[in-house]
Design a protein around this ligand. Structure first.
Ligand SMILES: [Zn+2]
Length: 382
């Protein structure tokens, strides 16, 4: 039984969310590139990659955070790791997989559903109008804080009521009716298929204490061209447990994603040394470094979040350390040093301006970034 979730997705809900005349369907996704591996504790190693039933257009995704489980035998060595973040991710990865295996009857369909579709279903949920997207933190404990942050960003960048910011929660996947609804509406699964799928979902949801409670299931963070930002509780949990202040994490991810929204709004009119958002390492690195620059400017500005540099640095160094050693990858975001340099250059712009209370226009901030891009890449920002 192979079911594809495909073209049934309404355009506005697919990952390809549209920005007017730009290159159609694009998304910028905040991705944590983990190299965590799924640990099989049975005598038999799991060797099958889950294949999601959702056939989404990943060609046009620009990934920042991609917290995915991988079914392989070992954690791949990484120049960037191990970091505290990797340890946290591995811990939750193993909890989830061990729990999966302990209640698994060996049916390979379950891998596709629980370790594949569940992630996609929760990504769709986070970009869909539903009442689970209007709060932040598993119990709404960051809702007011995030609302304040959104208002501050709206004011600072003169972008009132333009951007929709959604929360993502593991609790969404506890709702079997909702899961069934997603299969019905967004896939070509037959009623019989759905009956089988739901029996599997119900079995795992009732018998595992990690499904769907594990933070991996709400670990998205991305900005879409249709002016939506999604931040999952799970990604904040990972970073918090790696030792960061959760409020700094929420604010910083939001400010970075907001930076992408500014780029989207100015897409087509802003000039860049290489074309923006065309999925090459150089292009992605450039737009990511600019989002970092914009983040550094806003977070440290006297009329922005007024962070001192140390706070920004703490967040960024961890955020980026997670990131990305994929120098050849079209999702490459820059080295940790380059990302820090970009944020530092944004900080310098906020602090070296003569009138500190003055907020530069989006265009002026962009121009300042472009004029320092070479120095950022050389990591020679002082
Ligand atoms: Zn980004």
């Amino acid at each position: 039984m192979k079911i594809k979730f495909t073209k049934l997705l309404p355009l506005s809900l697919t990952f390809g969310l549209i920005l007017g005349s730009c290159s159609d369907e694009q998304i910028v996704q905040e991705d944590v590139k983990t190299t965590t591996a799924v640990r099989a504790q049975t005598s038999q190693e799991l060797s099958i990659e889950p294949t999601s039933r959702f056939d989404l257009d990943t060609e046009r995704l620009i990934n920042d955070f991609d917290l995915k489980l991988k079914l392989s035998e070992a954690v791949e060595p990484s120049e960037c790791g191990p970091t505290p973040f990797n340890e946290v991710a591995t811990y939750y990865n193993n909890l989830l997989i061990d729990s999966f295996i302990s209640v698994w009857d060996g049916n390979p369909e379950a891998i596709d559903i629980i370790l594949g579709d569940y992630f996609v279903i929760n990504q769709i949920a986070a970009t869909t109008e539903n009442n689970n997207t209007d709060y932040f933190g598993a119990n709404g404990e960051y809702t007011n804080f995030m609302k304040k942050n959104v208002r501050s960003l709206e004011k600072f960048w003169e972008m009132s009521n333009l951007i929709q910011v959604n929360g993502q929660h593991t609790a969404t996947l506890e709702d079997l009716d909702f899961i069934q609804y997603i299969y019905e509406v967004y896939s070509d699964a037959t009623p019989e298929d759905i009956e089988n799928i739901m029996a599997i979902a119900e079995h795992f949801n009732s018998n595992s204490d990690q499904i769907p409670e594990n933070p991996f299931f709400a670990s998205d963070g991305f900005a879409t061209f249709d002016r939506t930002i999604v931040i999952g509780d799970g990604i904040v949990t990972f970073l918090e447990e790696a030792g960061l202040d959760p409020k700094v994490v929420w604010s910083s991810i939001l400010a970075h994603e907001w930076g992408h929204q500014i780029q989207f709004l100015n897409f087509g009119s802003w000039e860049y040394p290489v074309p923006a958002f065309n999925n090459t390492p150089e292009s992605t690195r450039m737009t990511e470094l600019e989002a970092d620059f914009i983040t550094g400017y806003y977070l440290t500005h006297k009329r922005g979040a007024t962070y001192n540099w140390k706070r920004v640095e703490d967040f960024l160094s961890a955020f980026y350390f997670i990131g990305d050693c994929g120098f050849e990858s079209d999702g490459h975001h820059g080295t940790p040093a380059q990302r820090l340099a970009a944020a530092k250059a944004g900080y310098n712009l906020a602090n070296n301006t003569k009138k500190k209370g003055h907020i530069l226009s989006q265009q002026e901030v962009h121009d300042a970034f472009i004029s320092t891009l070479d120095l950022i890449i050389e990591d020679s920002i002082l």
